[in-house]
Write a protein of this length. Structure first.
Length: 95
């Protein structure tokens, strides 16, 4: 029997396909494939603008929540930062 090794026929064998790391690997691969398809797919301009606007809205809302929490946590510090920034902007405008 003369058997030759065919690398294209070789399989990668996992020890246990239902381990937590194997499930996480499959989930990560699916996410990456979805992102690649979405990033390089042709989309109508209107849909692309709407999706980007939705992402910008989510980003802004998340930042607003973080800022509100920071101000509520340390109101004196936030007030002093705002006062300092106002003075700097006022000096720049007056020039």
């Amino acid at each position: 029997m003369n058997q030759t090794f065919d690398p294209s026929a070789a399989e990668i064998v996992d020890e246990d396909p239902d381990t937590e790391s194997a499930r996480l690997d499959r989930a990560a691969d699916a996410i990456l494939l979805e992102d690649e398809g979405r990033a390089f797919a042709h989309r109508p301009l209107r849909r692309a603008v709407l999706e980007d606007a939705a992402l910008a809205r989510q980003w802004g809302q998340a930042r607003a929540v973080r800022m509100r929490e920071a101000v509520e946590a340390e109101p004196i510090k936030a007030t002093l930062y705002a006062l300092g920034l106002g003075v700097v902007v006022g000096l720049l405008i007056s020039r």
